[in-house]
Write a protein that binds this ligand. Structure first.
Ligand code: 6PG
Ligand code: NI
Length: 188
């Protein structure tokens, strides 16, 4: 039967949705080949394999014409000096996607294969991902970074492209934080 109109209540403290669909947990071992420092990644996997992020979805299915939503929570952390991040992906059926910052301080890294863009994400920031741009989210703060994603149900997810091409930039803690603006992120 088709999905009926519904509203979702959101528990900000623990990122629960009611009603809730699938819940995905990505541990460090799921991020093989993505951090620049592979030895640091392997040590983190051996040392407890921490949860790096979770994705809770609404009950809207990923099928054509539907508009699924999910909330990602990236925990604060660094591996080999690089901030914790999502795997990153491209949508095989290129279509736009919208993110809304909910909690914490993050970055939305976009890469079209040639050009990389960095969007600062704070609570209330709307980040737009144009069709064909690969995207990765990064927690650059000390608290969980949380955002809502809304995307077309036919978009699909291609993770191999990012493994093969990278994301153009990496986000590390700045060795000498700039004073005044509180900027502690170094993107290169
Ligand atoms: C999507 C969104 C978003 C994303 C998560 C986890 O297309 O579904 O971009 O929900 O999937 O933030 O990131 P990864 O899918 O890259 O692991
Ligand atoms: Ni996406």
């Amino acid at each position: 039967p088709p999905i009926q109109p519904f509203s979702i209540s959101f528990g900000a403290d623990n990122a629960t949705l009611e009603p809730q669909g699938q819940v995905l947990t990505r541990r460090m071992s799921d991020l093989e080949g993505l951090f620049a420092d592979g030895d640091a990644w392997a040590r983190a996997v051996a040392d407890g394999d921490p949860v790096v992020y979770t994705v809770v979805s609404s009950p809207v299915p990923e099928v054509p014409r539907e508009l699924p939503q999910s909330i990602t929570t990236i925990y604060p952390g660094e591996t080999g000096g690089e901030f914790w991040m999502t795997k990153g992906h491209q949508h095989p059926d290129p279509q736009g996607e919208i993110y809304l910052g909910l909690d914490g301080h993050g970055g939305l890294l976009l890469f079209d294969g040639e050009r990389a863009e960095w969007l600062e994400m704070r609570p209330g920031t709307i980040g737009y991902i144009p069709p064909s741009w690969a995207h990765r989210s990064i927690n650059v703060g000390d608290e969980p970074y949380r955002f809502l994603a809304v995307y077309p149900g036919s978009a699909g997810h291609d993770y191999g492209w990012v493994v093969a091409h990278g994301m153009g930039l990496r986000a590390r803690r700045a060795s000498a934080p700039r004073t005044g603006n509180g900027d502690t992120t170094h993107v290169d």
